[in-house]
Write a protein that binds this ligand. Structure first.
Ligand SMILES: [Zn+2]
Length: 137
């Protein structure tokens, strides 16, 4: 099973691993930041979402990424309005079977987990095709 590993943009990656963190085309455009008072926030372009804990802020950042992926350009406003849908199309081809590397600590929510899920859709489609072929051959 493909998995997520922690790495950095200029690190040497193990074989069969794609860097999806900051600076890559797969990056999450939101940034999780600790405030001086110990609360956390997510900065997304000019918009800031406030949260009580790091875990809440990280979950928010992943939700924003899902919205970005789901956006076909028809949603205006806070969420970046292009690019996400193309990543969903590309993920099964480019990320399927690959481990994904991000700067996020393991054990914390990360957009790479969403990409791992999307990349696996291709395998499920192949499984489904095999089942259908068996049924109708
Ligand atoms: Zn990450």
């Amino acid at each position: 099973m493909p998995k997520r590993i922690q790495s950095f943009a200029n690190s040497v990656l193990p074989p069969n691993c794609v860097f999806v963190g900051p600076g890559s085309k797969w990056e999450n455009h939101s940034e999780v930041v600790e405030n001086p008072d110990g609360t956390w926030c997510v900065k997304y372009g000019a918009v800031t979402f406030s949260h009580k804990s790091r875990e809440e802020a990280e979950a928010c950042a992943v939700r924003l990424y899902i919205k970005y992926l789901a956006n076909d350009g028809s949603q205006a406003g806070q969420i970046r309005d292009s690019g996400g849908a193309a990543l969903v199309d590309a993920a099964p081809d480019e990320l399927r079977g690959m481990d994904l590397a991000c700067t996020c600590e393991l054990g914390h929510e990360c957009h790479a987990d969403v990409l791992l899920e999307i990349a696996s859709w291709g395998e499920r489609l192949d499984d489904l095709r095999e089942i259908l072929d068996d049924l109708f051959s």
